[in-house]
Design a protein around this ligand. Structure first.
Ligand SMILES: NC(=O)CC[C@H](N)C(=O)O
Length: 230
């Protein structure tokens, strides 16, 4: 099992992601985007960073590179894909997941620890937690405000595809606990298959006690829980 962590020019969480996955015993390697999706990939992680310098819109250019077309095809056949932060932006831009991540309500880059509530624990990414579990994770983004048109949003809610919402330490989803102004505090969503997920918080930065917690571990273990490989 090898998770391909895709590196674009401007990615900056690719090494951390490989290290975090390896630390959990999940085989992972960095793949330069121009080299294409390896045949033996058992999963794809789109890591954080500033692909193409966030020019145009964060993730817009990386989302249109040929490797994303291969990832989209493989994802449709069941390959697990996790997009984190810039990877989440890329995932939405590539149409792997609905909606968009746009400029924070503060119009500033925000780097802080936040809480999220697990909204659907019946997915490979959240199976380690109970529904309603509160996780403490870091965020670091300027364009993390989740937006979707009403039809798209209603469909996401109806189909139980909201994965995580920003909340306070007690699990209450309030506007004060919404760091970036995301629609109804959405921090992560599923694609049309539960094997595809994107989220703004960084689970790979929450896998070691010395780095401030391990709440992200279960999310990354989603790669172990997805049985379909392409
Ligand atoms: N940590 C990251 O992935 C940065 C995310 C992104 N490029 C932003 O600032 O919105």
């Amino acid at each position: 099992m090898t998770v391909a962590v895709i590196q674009f020019g401007g990615s900056n969480c690719d090494r951390d992601s490989v290290r975090a996955l390896s630390h959990l015993g999940i085989d992972a390697e960095r793949v330069w985007y121009e080299d294409g999706l390896p045949d033996d990939a058992t999963g794809v992680m789109l890591p954080g960073g500033f692909s193409y310098g966030d020019y145009l819109r964060a993730g817009a250019m990386a989302g249109r590179t040929p490797i994303l077309a291969s990832i989209r095809e493989a994802a449709a056949e069941g390959l697990p894909v996790l997009g984190v932060c810039n990877g989440a932006q890329i995932g939405c831009e590539a149409g792997l997941t609905p909606g968009a991540f746009t400029v924070n309500r503060s119009a500033r880059f925000q780097c802080e620890r936040i809480h999220v509530r697990v909204e659907n624990a019946d997915t490979p990414w959240t199976a380690a937690y109970d529904e309603g579990a509160v996780l403490e994770l870091p965020i670091a983004h300027g364009e993390g405000r989740f937006e979707a048109d009403d039809d798209t949003y209603d469909r996401l809610v109806e189909e139980d595809r909201i994965l995580l919402r920003y909340c306070d330490a007690d699990g209450d989803v309030t506007d004060a606990a919404n760091p970036n102004g995301s629609r109804d505090n959405v921090a992560g969503v599923l694609g049309s298959q539960e094997t595809v997920a994107v989220m703004m918080p960084h689970p790979e930065r929450a896998t070691l006690p010395d780095l401030g917690g391990t709440d992200g571990t279960g999310l990354l273990r989603g790669f172990e829980r997805t049985t379909t490989t392409v």
